[in-house]
Design a protein around this ligand. Structure first.
Ligand code: SAM
Length: 283
């Protein structure tokens, strides 16, 4: 995979030489290039911003400078490269970046990440490249405002990079993680020593009994998700929950109820799927 990151602070991205992403770069699994946006300016002061039309505080990044950079880095849509790169624009006004986005981006051959600063990038940049047939994703890493897109780019490269084949040593470790296919948070994890500051590792994890360990882990994952991220429970496919799962959820205050279409026309539409709801919410 190739990733180009464009920024006015290339040094900010030095962390991408470290750890698993750095190793992936050195192993040739990830071709990651960081560019200074000012290299595409034409004036003596290497200006990338100007005052906002309509007035107001702050400065806005100029579309002409971004256009020069992106024209060079995005392979024109519809060429032999299969439609070109995906342009990713980090912005707090974007769709919230989740593990599903990371998985989708990991399937791309080439990403170009455009890091904004000041009040952001002139809106015509996203509009122009979308109109030209490029795939453009405006993504937020959460409901807060950062000073620039560099930290968001680090987050996205880290989340995407670890999904690339060969980057994480043992791919098994990706399977049961939080936000994975099960739709649950991960269970609590422990290592040696078995006793620390009078806190003991749960007995079952020392038992060597794999079926009991799997069950214990799933129970804890269900409980933890109910406590910390109830929004994830509502998104579960209740058809995947066995009787034991349902009992654990019931103890945590959740129940599985018939979907809105159940008992109606008998159709198999997604609307008739059973749903996981907080007890007492369904009438
Ligand atoms: N005026 C913008 C707004 O209110 O939506 C905020 C601009 S912010 C100060 C400058 C840059 O930081 C943005 O262009 C974007 O690149 C980045 N940024 C800030 N918060 C972000 C977030 N939550 N997710 C992704 N990028 C963010």
């Amino acid at each position: 995979m190739r990733i180009d990151i464009v920024t006015i602070f290339p040094d900010y991205l030095a962390a991408l030489d470290l750890s698993l992403v750095g190793k992936a770069r050195r192993a040739g699994l990830l071709d990651l290039r960081v560019h200074d946006l000012r290299d595409w300016t034409r004036d003596r002061h290497r200006t990338v911003d100007d005052t906002p039309f309509g007035g107001g505080a702050g400065m806005v990044m100029r579309p002409d400078v971004w256009g020069s950079a992106l024209d060079d880095l995005l392979v024109p849509a519809g060429t032999a490269s299969g439609g070109g790169a995906r342009l990713v624009i980090p912005t707090p006004s974007g769709e919230v970046f989740t593990q599903r986005h990371a998985e989708a981006l990991a399937g791309e051959g080439h990403l170009v990440i455009a890091c904004g600063r000041y009040e952001g990038i002139d809106a015509r940049v996203a509009e122009h490249y979308r109109g030209a047939g490029h795939r453009v994703s405006e993504l937020s890493i959460g409901d807060y405002v950062l000073n620039g897109g560099e930290v968001a780019a680090l987050v996205m490269v880290e989340a995407v990079g670890r999904l690339l084949p060969g980057v994480v040593g043992n791919p098994e470790s990706l399977v049961e993680e939080s936000h994975g296919a099960a739709g649950l948070l991960e269970y609590p994890v422990y290592t040696k020593p078995p006793s620390w500051q009078e806190h003991e590792v749960p007995e079952v994890l020392l038992s060597g009994h794999h079926a009991r360990i799997d069950r214990w882990r799933r129970d804890r994952a269900l409980e933890r998700t109910a406590q910390r991220r109830p929004d994830l429970l509502s998104a579960l496919d209740a058809g995947d929950l066995d009787a034991h799962d349902r009992a654990v959820l019931a103890d945590a205050g959740w129940e599985v109820v018939a979907g809105p279409g159940d008992g109606g026309s008998g159709g198999a539409s997604h609307e008739s799927r059973p749903a996981v709801v907080r007890r007492g919410v369904a009438e």
